[in-house]
Design a protein around this ligand. Structure first.
Ligand code: ZN
Length: 455
């Protein structure tokens, strides 16, 4: 660690020198400050608007976008569009907030299921994957993601690179590596003792933790490196080796520590939890969302309702895991585990929906190909949600879960101009969201198959 520290210090010195030199350079060219150029104004005509503040559509609306934010949403009759103004004409279309997927792994690929890949790819491969996957996700209409589990600190860098405009992608709420027990769902099991956990080879202690004090350290270390959210592994998993999805892994005391440390800094905690008891202990420890939730029972459902815990259930990817993933080398152990939980997860999701548990949209993208995220809407409706409810799970509710409700999730004055359009009513046929025709993020058009933004 000594050598990187020295490099880091010298770069700080270099930045200090720059910071000192800059005001002098500015002073030499001191001139009257240029008048700030007003943000460009775009008028978005929305034939049918689902703004996600309610379950209903409003017809013939106009959204006024100034710079990256919406400044006004009003009936077309009440908005005068000046001659020569920039107009995005979606007057024949259905306009919704940009979608948010609360459970992605943008560094992951769905064509590498043989565990040998765990010791073949360097972290750079994950970075390259992320560039491609971020764009696919945005093109599919997802202007926001919560990325929950990757190498240190892929998701933080991805967030930064996209925000800096380096390449297109959704807004990213970033976690670090998911915190796991030794031998748990986040560890690399089944290899010879000499094989290191490649996922965390640089700093193994970012991810694996045994005992509350170790968890405290890992949470603090992750926060130090810029994560927005903490992900913990409450139970075993489906796609890991040598563990059982139903078995509890982190203890209640360990998860309570993670929650206390995260909440103290204003960060939320997402808990991977398939197993019945692990779900309950995670909820009792105060986590903000249960991911998967496959084997939840009635008591767990009641506890989630009482605590206001979100359920983020990835109920599409069973189709892919039991299909394509097998062709891509998924071991029999994992196929058997998916067969055990897949159907139960969908049935238990329906029970949670019926009971009124808060639902946020999350798909485990990366397990199946990025860009297919919207395929999950079909199952959310099939297993008990209304189309409007499913859309709100991916917009207003998702923004609430990821703490972005001030900026994202609804189309209202003050929010980011993150919006999508489709050519039929998603309230009548939810699957239309699998074919998003228009994508705007922060007032910038990223996809326009309709020619809506033509001058
Ligand atoms: Zn996941």
């Amino acid at each position: 660690m000594n050598r990187p520290s020295a490099v880091f210090l010298s770069s700080l010195v270099a930045q200090g020198v720059l910071a000192l030199a800059l005001p002098a350079a500015l002073a030499q060219t001191a001139a009257p400050a240029p008048a700030t150029t007003p943000a460009p104004i775009i008028y978005v005509k929305a034939g049918h608007l689902f703004d996600a503040t309610s379950d209903t559509l409003r017809d013939n609306m106009v959204l006024v976008v100034e710079g990256e934010r919406i400044t006004k949403v009003a009936p077309a009759a009440q908005v005068t569009i000046p001659a020569g103004a920039t107009v995005v004409d979606l007057s024949q279309d259905w306009v919704l907030p940009g979608l948010i997927d609360c459970h992605t792994h943008l560094e992951g690929r769905a064509d590498k299921y043989d565990p040998i890949n765990d010791v073949k790819d360097t972290p750079f491969m994950g970075g390259f994957n992320g560039v491609v996957n971020a764009n696919k996700t945005l093109q599919a209409g997802f202007t926001g993601v919560r990325d929950v589990g990757s190498q240190p600190f892929f998701a933080v860098d991805l967030r930064r690179a996209i925000d800096e405009g380096l390449f297109p992608g959704p807004r990213v709420v970033a976690s670090g590596p998911a915190i796991s027990i030794t031998g748990g769902h986040g560890d690399m099991n089944g290899f010879a003792p000499g094989v290191e956990n490649m996922m965390y080879s640089a700093e193994r202690d970012y991810a694996l933790a045994d005992g509350p004090e170790a968890v405290r350290h890992v949470v603090r270390a992750q926060i130090k490196f810029g994560v927005d959210v903490i992900k913990v592994m409450a139970t075993g998993g489906v796609l890991s080796q040598g563990d059982k999805p139903g078995a509890e892994q982190l203890t209640y005391e360990e998860m309570k520590m993670a929650v206390d440390e995260a909440h103290r800094t204003g960060r939320k905690v997402a808990a991977h939890a398939h197993g019945t008891q692990g779900i309950k202990d995670a909820v009792r420890a105060g986590v903000d969302s249960i991911e998967h939730g496959s084997l939840i029972d009635q008591e767990g459902i009641d506890m989630m309702k009482a605590h206001g815990t979100y359920l983020v259930a990835d109920i599409y990817n069973d189709d892919y895991i039991l299909g394509k993933a097998i062709e891509f080398g998924l071991p029999k152990e994992n196929v058997d585990k998916e067969k055990m939980v897949g159907r139960l997860q969908r049935e238990n999701f329906a029970k949670a929906v019926a009971a009124g548990v808060k639902i946020a949209f999350g798909t485990d993208a990366g397990v199946y190909p990025h860009g297919d995220n919207a395929k999950q809407f079909h199952y959310m409706v099939k297993f008990g949600m209304t189309p409007a409810g499913a859309i709100r799970a991916a917009t207003s509710s998702a923004a609430d879960l990821i703490d972005r409700a001030a900026d994202e999730g609804t189309l209202e004055a003050g929010k980011f101009a993150d919006l999508i359009a489709v050519t039929a009513s998603p309230l009548e046929k939810i699957e239309v969201l699998e074919h998003v025709s228009f994508v705007m993020k922060g007032g910038k058009v990223y996809k326009d198959e309709l020619g809506a933004a033509k001058p």
